[in-house]
Write a protein that binds this ligand. Structure first.
Ligand SMILES: *[C@@H]1O[C@H](CO)[C@@H](O)[C@H](O)[C@H]1NC(C)=O
Ligand SMILES: *[C@@H]1O[C@H](CO)[C@@H](O)[C@H](O)[C@H]1NC(C)=O
Ligand SMILES: *[C@@H]1O[C@H](CO)[C@@H](O)[C@H](O)[C@H]1NC(C)=O
Ligand SMILES: *[C@@H]1O[C@H](CO)[C@@H](O)[C@H](O)[C@H]1NC(C)=O
Ligand SMILES: *[C@@H]1O[C@H](CO)[C@@H](O)[C@H](O)[C@H]1NC(C)=O
Ligand SMILES: *[C@@H]1O[C@H](CO)[C@@H](O)[C@H](O)[C@H]1NC(C)=O
Ligand SMILES: *[C@@H]1O[C@H](CO)[C@@H](O)[C@H](O)[C@H]1NC(C)=O
Length: 915
């Protein structure tokens, strides 16, 4: 009402002065417009109806020739009220900018009657309602429109698609819903389209490729679904792509490889999947790449190392596997990298020792992977790094003292690893340190007193370590401290007094039996103010005054018990190993005995002078076949058949059982010399998780290999024979670990197994797995893949993909693949490939799928009836999947597998076994 009266008065005063010649519609319009506004800071004071030259008014610009108002810039003036109709009088207005005020009401559809408008900026107000349907229908030359940061609802009007002059449109930060107008990709002049932060839905349809000039597209934070449009790569000018936080799925369209001008790609927070392809390294203008929080799988392409301008790389929260990328550390090209976040993936391996070359790194997060090994010294070369988060990995070793070189460090998070040793005193050089979390490690020693000089500290968590010594009193001077947890250590003495420590909670210091102070409800001997009166007749009073003494004694005795127990165990272990060593040495040193034996297929025992004489070599002991050679290849004694031959059992005269393998690949065998050389090499392999080769027999037409006999049959039988009792979780873990050790040993001896499968893993009477049948492919004249894969075709499902690919070398990593499959087989109780009625189930794929769906526990053998520690089972499954990676280089080597398994093994469970 008041406004209307004002407007009326203004109009009257304009009328009164109307004899002035310069008076025109513009003054009338502006005064009318002002009348609809509230101007608390009197910013529009100069707008006076007494003055009929509006060209000098605040925020008004005129054409220098015609003196007509062409631009209105009233940004950030705290104006409120409505965008009034007065503006419609400004027939030559080209730019209307009213951003960052507090304007309310709806968008006036009549604005489109100002045909001259080129720029409209109403962003940062409180406009509501929807954008009028026909709003964009009439503009003749509109180039830029922004309604960003209002409270607009409804749909984007279809008329938008007909505004062919449009270059920039910004509707971000509203509550606009509905789908994109269908003709939007006809806006050929469009360079920038921003609808970030709305409620828009539906698919982002193809056709975007029409927009040759598009530089920026921001559809982030909406509800778009479907795939990234496949023709997006035709927008060759694109510099900035943001589709983050939508419901997009599918893979990265290949056409994206053409976006070579692109500086920033943000696709985080969708459900995109598949591999991050190698072509990503062709986008050499990239400065920022965020693919985090998706379902990307496979390895991290090393081509990322080519992106010299890359400043931010966020691949966190995906299903990426493989080693810590070697191109990151030791790649001088990555010198511009500031943010590196690879957290929450399935990466493993050691942090590259040359990580220090990342000379611009500010933020470094590798948390929640499976990194092992120690923290590299070169971490101290990260002079600009503010955040280092390596928490939730398998790191061991000590925190390097070089860390003190990371002088910009504000956050150091190393919790949940296996770090040992002391907290390096050099940490005091990190004088900006605000957050220090070293909890849940095996750190020992005392808390460096100089820690209290780190005056920026706000959050300190050292809980659950083996820290000893007392808490430095000066810690109480840390004035910004808000969290301080040292619970579950072996700290003693008095709690600091004052500052934060006056209000510290008991749980933050609990679990330190020798700490004293009022918080822990234990008085400290030294601070007793009252004189202590000792009653010589009462032992109680002494105990009462020094309650912690008692406790200390108990603690001591428990810890000494543990120490004694451990020592005893170590002694037993040493003795056992020594005995084993002596045994092995003596059996190896006994010279091979050569015996003559008939080589005819009939195996008559009587030696004759036939040229067909064979040669029998035993690497140790006696070679008398008790049952005579007749029994040798008797069908009744057959133990099994494999790709390389048939296996029989027989008993030596000394009562020892042996397994004899008759090679069925005779025609392919090498010359005798080479055969003997190779077999002798295999004979040298002695390891308790490997089936020992005891000897061999040679004739040109027949070759036998004589193996140690392993009593309890194959792993295959234990897993899949319906008659067998089910293996417990612990037995399975034992088999998985033992098999890994066996393979690791083989690889150390430079022997590739070539044929790992559950029928080739034997179990002895004490449940120890022994890997057999190794290295036989060496006996073939050449490693012909065809022969090889036909020989081991029974190993279907275990065979690494490179067997099918002639260009990839077969290496130890091919064994790792088979091992990965075997792990999954042991855990699920399912065969690597199972044939259903009209379906083939490939175990790896099935488990991988279940893992991605978050229901991996359902894969675990039902016969275990939930009787397994999930914290072991799930990492083991992941390890199995990593081993069964398609790309050989993504597979760990067996040595690492053994290390990882030993770390995975629950400590308590491990102990059970020792008892
Ligand atoms: C514009 O306003 C300024 C003071 O705000 C004054 O000095 C100047 O003379 C005015 N110009 C015209 C053309 O009115
Ligand atoms: C904008 O106006 C609304 C109501 O009209 C008021 O609540 C709010 O505080 C104002 N905001 C500013 C920044 O003036
Ligand atoms: C759109 O407007 C918002 C809010 O004013 C701004 O932050 C954003 O940068 C604008 N988008 C473009 C592409 O200029
Ligand atoms: C990954 O995919 C699974 C289903 O395949 C889904 O449940 C999960 O939410 C996805 N994760 C992300 C981050 O999209
Ligand atoms: C990386 O992405 C994740 C998930 O989108 C996010 O939580 C995290 O803050 C990002 N890291 C950095 C350094 O921005
Ligand atoms: C590092 O990443 C993990 C997992 O993605 C996250 O929980 C943690 O907050 C991140 N660390 C920092 C310092 O942002
Ligand atoms: C770290 O663990 C690996 C096995 O994972 C072991 O070989 C190495 O000796 C350990 N290092 C330290 C310092 O404990």
């Amino acid at each position: 009402m008041v406004l209307k009266v004002l407007a009326f008065l203004a109009l009257v005063s304009v009328m009164v002065n109307s004899q002035q010649p310069a008076f025109n519609d513009d003054v009338l319009g502006l005064i009318f417009f002002k009348a609809g506004l509230k101007d608390p800071n009197a910013k529009l004071q100069s707008w006076s109806s007494d003055d009929n030259d509006p060209c000098n008014w605040t925020g008004v610009k005129c054409d220098p020739v015609t003196y007509r108002v062409t631009e209105l810039h009233l940004d950030d003036l705290s104006l409120s009220g409505h965008v009034g109709r007065g503006l419609l009088r400004l027939q030559f207005l080209q730019a209307l900018s009213l951003s960052k005020n507090n304007l309310t009401g709806t968008i006036n559809s009549e604005l489109s009657h100002i045909g001259s408008l080129r720029v409209i900026d109403l962003s940062g107000n409180s406009l509501s309602g929807s954008i009028p349907d026909k709003f964009f229908a009439q503009f003749g030359s509109l180039k830029s429109v922004s309604f960003a940061g209002n409270k607009l609802t409804g749909h984007l009007p279809g008329s938008l698609s007909s505004c062919s002059t449009l270059v920039e449109a910004n509707f971000s930060f509203n509550r606009i819903s509905g789908q994109l107008p269908s003709g939007i990709w006809f806006l050929r002049s469009l360079k920038s389209l921003d609808v970030f932060g709305n409620l828009m839905e539906g698919e982002i349809h193809e056709g975007i490729g029409n927009l040759y000039d598009l530089r920026l597209i921001n559809f982030g934070n909406n509800r778009f679904s479907g795939k990234i449009p496949g023709d997006i790569g035709s927008c060759l000018q694109l510099k900035y792509v943001d589709f983050s936080d939508n419901y997009l799925y599918g893979t990265l369209p290949d056409s994206m490889r053409r976006l070579v001008s692109c500086r920033s790609i943000s696709l985080q927070g969708n459900s995109l999947s598949g591999q991050v392809s190698d072509w990503i390294g062709e986008l050499t203008s990239l400065e920022s790449l965020d693919l985090s929080a998706n379902n990307f799988s496979g390895g991290i392409p090393s081509s990322l190392g080519n992106l010299q301008l890359l400043r931010e790389l966020n691949l966190s929260m995906n299903l990426l596997i493989g080693y810590f990328p070697s191109w990151i550390s030791g790649n001088e090209l990555m010198g511009s990298l500031q943010v590196l976040d690879l957290s929450s993936n399935d990466l493993y391996g050691e942090i590259g020792s040359k990580i220090g070359v990342l000379s611009s790194l500010v933020f470094f997060n590798m948390s929640r992977n499976h990194l092992f090994g120690s923290i590299p010294y070169s971490i101290g070369e990260l002079k600009t790094t503010q955040v280092i988060d390596l928490s939730y990995n398998l790191l061991n070793g000590s925190i390097p003292s070089e860390l003190g070189g990371a002088v910009s460090l504000k956050e150091l998070r190393l919790q949940m690893n296996f770090l040992s040793g002391k907290i390096p005193i050099q940490i005091v050089n990190c004088s900006s340190l605000t957050v220090l979390n070293l909890s849940w490690n095996n750190l020992s020693g005392s808390i460096p007193p100089a820690t209290s000089n780190l005056s920026s500290l706000e959050y300190v968590d050292l809980s659950s370590n083996d820290l000893t010594g007392s808490l430095p009193k000066e810690l109480a001077n840390l004035s910004l401290l808000m969290f301080f947890n040292v619970s579950h250590n072996n700290l003693h003495g008095e709690l600091p007094v004052g500052g934060f420590f006056n209000t510290i909670s008991a749980s933050s210091v609990s679990g330190n039996p020798s700490l004293c102070g009022s918080v822990v409800n234990r008085s400290c001997p030294a601070v007793h103010n009252k004189p202590i009166v000792l009653n010589p007749n009462s032992s109680d009073s002494i105990g009462g005054s020094f309650p912690n003494h008692h406790r200390k004694k108990i603690v001591l005795s428990i810890s000494s018990l543990i120490a004694i127990g451990a020592a005893a165990f170590i002694v037993i272990g040493v003795v056992a190993i020594t005995v084993l060593n002596i045994h092995v040495r003596s059996s190896m040193s006994s010279a091979p005995v050569s015996l003559a034996l008939s080589g005819g297929e009939d195996f008559s025992c009587s030696p004759n002078n036939d040229s067909n004489y064979g040669k029998l070599v035993m690497f140790s002991g006696d070679a008398d076949f008790a049952a005579g050679a007749h029994a040798l290849l008797n069908k009744d004694c057959e133990l099994g058949r494999g790709g390389f031959g048939v296996v029989y059992r027989t008993i030596l005269r000394d009562g020892r059982s042996v397994a004899i393998k008759k090679l069925t690949v005779s025609s392919l065998i090498k010359s005798q010399d080479e055969f003997e050389k190779d077999v002798k090499k295999l004979g040298k392999v002695r390891y308790h998780n490997l089936v020992a080769l005891e000897g061999y027999y040679w004739t040109p037409s027949l070759q036998l290999l004589i193996y140690e006999f392993v009593s309890s049959g194959s792993l295959y039988k234990h897993l899949h024979d319906p008659g067998r009792s089910c293996l417990s979780w612990r037995q399975r873990f034992h088999v998985i670990l033992g098999t890994a050790k066996g393979l690791a040993y083989l690889h150390r001896m430079n022997i590739i197994h070539y044929n790992l499968k559950s029928t080739n893993v034997l179990i002895d009477c004490s449940g120890e797995p022994k890997v057999g049948d190794f290295g036989l492919a060496r006996l073939l004249p050449m490693l012909d893949r065809c022969v090889l894969s036909s020989k081991i075709q029974s190993a279907l499902g275990y065979m690494a993909p490179e067997f099918a690919c002639k260009t990839v070398k077969i290496t130890e990593k091919s064994d790792v693949y088979g091992y990965g499959v075997l792990v999954l087989e042991v855990i699920t109780g399912k065969k690597p490939v199972e044939y259903m009625e009209d379906d083939v189930v490939v175990l790896c794929d099935m488990v991988r799928g279940a893992l991605e769906d978050g229901r991996v526990e359902e894969c675990i053998d039902g016969r275990l009836r939930g009787n397994f520690p999930a914290e072991e089972a799930i990492p083991v499954i992941k390890l199995g999947l990593i081993c069964a990676s398609q790309v050989p280089s993504n597979r760990p080597d067996m040595e690492e597998v053994v290390n990882i398994l030993e770390l995975i093994q629950c400590p308590s469970e491990g102990q059970d076994e020792l008892e």
